[in-house]
Design a protein around this ligand. Structure first.
Ligand SMILES: [Zn+2]
Length: 298
């Protein structure tokens, strides 16, 4: 059987998958992100039996970043400037490619998640441009155009959007080490934790923090809609799963646009326009498998 590997590398954990579709996953393992050396050794060990049996055709990596995604750059495939200790300038792609000796696809975790949601969900194939937004510990945005993740100078960093910040309503200065009160600085899980002194999961439903949160996310989505005119937006990540948040975001997107974009999808069918991920918390890993599949079968 022809199999593909998917690696979702995060700042706190790595998720490894082997299979060839969302319905046919042979094995899945999660382990904590420690030193690059130790972590990469563990994932090589995970994939090794399938390399030995000759079944593993390719591997996709969906990585936290920022990443160097320019194939002509000498540091292609590196994690570049992460605040994660020990992971600066790590050749993640090269290390894995050299050790496994199979073709390796490489992209950001959110680009991979966006790709996976479009690739595996047949209804989403027609939805292009297609955008995946994750609001978790950090905020990331993956944009798919013509069936492939959009790359440019590096990759989209819309998690760092500059958005209106009402200092009277929200005196919190934000947590982004680069910008303070950018979108991630104001609306990420880390910023909620610091602002309210508790985990977003334990913040009560009626806490004013949720109203603020849905405002910030809706503002970001409005900017994405103006910039890319996506046919569909997926809102993923742990924070987005809070009950009622998605509905509040949909309603506020309509309010903020104020009828400017004349699309029935936005005005009347926004429940079909902004959706939770169909692949749940496996969007990234299954996206990595989709990238690996595409590398070999395309
Ligand atoms: Zn920022």
């Amino acid at each position: 059987m022809q199999l593909f590997g998917g690696i979702e590398s995060g700042g706190t954990k790595f998720v490894c998958l082997v299979g060839n579709s969302p319905d046919n996953l042979i094995r899945e393992e999660r382990f904590p992100t420690t030193t690059p050396h130790e972590t990469i050794d563990r994932l090589i060990e995970f994939f090794w039996p399938y390399i030995k049996s000759g079944e593993l055709s390719a591997v996709g990596i969906a990585s936290f970043g920022p990443l160097d995604l320019n194939p002509s750059s000498p540091t292609y495939g590196y994690i570049t400037t992460t605040p994660k200790p020990g992971w600066n300038k790590i050749d993640l792609y090269g290390e894995i490619q050299r050790k496994l000796q199979v073709p390796v696809a490489f992209d950001t975790d959110v680009n991979a998640a966006a790709f996976g949601e479009q690739y595996w969900i047949s209804e989403n194939r027609a939805m292009d441009p297609f955008i995946y937004v994750t609001v978790g510990t950090g905020i990331g945005v993956g944009v798919i155009v013509n069936g492939f993740p959009l790359h440019g100078l590096i990759h989209a960093e819309a998690g760092h959007f500059a958005i209106p910040h009402n200092w009277q309503r929200d005196p919190f200065p934000g947590v982004c080490p680069y910008h303070g009160d950018c979108l991630e600085g104001l609306a990420s899980g880390s910023s909620m934790r610091k602002r309210w002194g508790q985990d977003p999961e334990s913040l009560p439903d009626l806490h004013p923090g949720w109203d603020l949160e849905s405002d910030y996310i809706a503002l970001a989505l409005v900017n994405l809609i103006y910039a890319y005119s996506p046919q569909r937006i997926i809102l993923g990540g742990g924070v987005s799963q809070h009950p009622g948040l998605l509905q509040a975001v949909r309603w506020k997107v309509q309010q903020f646009m104020n009828g400017y974009v004349q699309s029935a999808m936005l005005m009347d069918r926004i429940d079909e326009y902004i959706l939770p991920p169909a692949l749940g918390n496996r969007s990234g890993g299954l996206g990595a498998i989709a990238m690996a599949t595409e590398l070999v079968l395309a």
